[in-house]
Design a protein around this ligand. Sequence first.
Ligand SMILES: [Cu+2]
Length: 157
Amino acid sequence: MRFAQQRIRSASSGRRLLIIAATICAAVIAPAGAAAHSSLTASNPANGATVTSRPSQATLTFNEPIIAKGSAFTLIDRTKQAPRPLTAKYRGAKVTLTLPAQIATGPVTINYRIVSADGHPVTGKVAFTYKDAGAGAGADAGAGPGAGAGGGGDASY
Ligand SMILES: [Cu+2]
């Protein structure tokens, strides 16, 4: 009994030490580490952009070459809430993603997870809006009442 209690006590103090060590490490490492982390410098579609035709691919450019191992990219659109994994081609700091043949109009988000040179994972996203110009033009071409009905249909979403 006594032995078991001692073991528990030493285990908890060991854990406490680990937490303290981790805290110190994070505080010391964070400033230097942050500078070394990969970050997104540009993308196409650009973050916050509105595209009027379905993009078949997206390019993400980072501040340093990206390694395929450990990197992952997914897409979320308005209808499909489960993130869809994207095929990526790596060319130095540039990653080209093949986008799904079907993307719902509305907000689209590309989530990325890449691994920095120091081994730390970096996550982020590029969000853009896909607005189907063809559908928009068709609605505009319709008579006023038709456009109104279309608006009603939209509201049912
Ligand atoms: Cu780091």
